[in-house]
Design a protein around this ligand. Structure first.
Ligand SMILES: *Cc1c(COP(=O)(O)O)cnc(C)c1O
Length: 333
């Protein structure tokens, strides 16, 4: 059966969603409700003081019809970390995982075939209806999960031009590892400026020359047999895809170097034939095709190795290669 996938990423949602409420110092049992709208006090803490974080992960329909989630425990752990850092109630692991698997099971009919997938968007918001709490955490919260069938946004040869930004940061350094909406708002001026002034697709944030990440993806260089990416710090988002890609690269015989590197090193490596990749749940790997550094455009000559590593990851997701790292959680079939 053909399952339609909307052209615009995340524009169509499964009609129901699980909602977990934290009230009176306790997480309540899951409620299933319409994903059409959400009733919220206009004074809700998240709407005024940014007590919000989210996750993004996918469910895949495999060749034999089974439906699996990819590394949901990693996303649950990351949202728990985001919640701690934002002083939001921390979701409970088991109830969270059950809400995810329950949603995928209910939405099973709309999980598309490869190379599309079902994207899941857990969202945690502070709901205290008190605008006097500017300097205090929210004591109540909602965790809800949206599900959206999404297509394959990867196309060999599609352009990915990055503006290298050395002056501005994506977000405040202590917020970097929190997956929160505020960080996206914080990056928007530089992203829009890069589009308007350079026709760039993304901004690579490199404050004081330290190569970090783009607005929504991690970054790595593939230079010969070495994959180079920044070691985990508070300043940037610890991507699940980053970890999956590094793990698979090690399996494929690459040397993985998690170390700081500069724009000067990036430029020299690309001129020496290195590849550059973005990693994230939506596309797994997007090969970079060019950089704008100090107003000068530098072309990346090859996308081959990044494309091959990407295939090794998506083969596991779609059940075409063995899941040697225990990343798949079966939901249906
Ligand atoms: C979500 C996100 C990523 C990628 O994380 P994945 O877990 O790989 O999807 C990278 N950077 C930022 C800023 C993000 O929000």
């Amino acid at each position: 059966m053909a399952r339609a996938v909307p052209a615009v990423f995340g524009s169509v949602f499964h009609p129901e969603m699980p909602v977990l409420a934290y009230e009176n110092q306790a997480w309540q049992a899951v409620r299933w409700q319409s994903a059409q709208d959400l009733s919220l006090a206009p004074g809700a803490h998240a709407l005024h003081y940014g007590s919000e974080c989210f996750e993004g992960l996918k469910a895949f329909r495999q060749a034999d019809g089974k439906i699996v989630l990819f590394r949901p425990q990693a996303n649950i752990a990351r949202m728990q970390q985001s919640a701690r850092l934002l002083y939001l109630p921390v979701p409970e692991t088991d109830a969270f995982l059950q809400a995810l698997t329950g949603l995928v099971a209910r939405a099973a009919e709309s999980v598309p075939d490869a190379p599309a997938s079902l994207y899941l968007r857990p969202t945690l918001i502070g709901t205290d209806p008190v605008i006097g709490k500017a300097g205090a955490p929210s004591e109540s919260a909602l965790l809800y999960i949206l599900a959206s069938p999404v297509g394959d946004y990867f196309q060999t040869g599609s352009p990915m031009k990055l503006l290298v930004e050395t002056e501005h940061m994506r977000c405040a350094p202590h917020m970097g590892r929190i997956k929160c909406g505020g960080n996206y708002a914080s990056a928007l001026p530089w992203v829009l400026k890069a589009k308007a002034e350079h026709g760039a697709h993304q901004v690579l944030f490199c404050p004081n020359g330290d190569v970090q990440e783009t607005g929504a993806s991690n970054f790595a260089l593939i230079h010969g047999n070495e994959i180079i990416t920044k070691p985990l710090t508070d300043e940037f988002l610890h991507g699940v895809t980053r970890d999956s890609v590094l793990t698979i690269a090690r399996d494929l015989g690459y040397t993985v170097s998690e170390r700081p590197f500069s724009v000067a090193e990036l430029k020299a490596a690309v001129e020496d034939g290195a590849e550059a990749i973005l990693t994230g749940t939506a596309a797994v790997i997007s090969p970079v095709t060019s950089f704008v550094i100090d107003g000068q455009e530098i072309t990346v000559r090859s996308q081959e190795r990044g494309t091959a590593i990407r295939k090794a990851v998506t083969d596991i997701q779609y059940g075409l290669a063995e899941d040697r790292h225990g990343w798949l959680v079966p939901v249906v079939g």
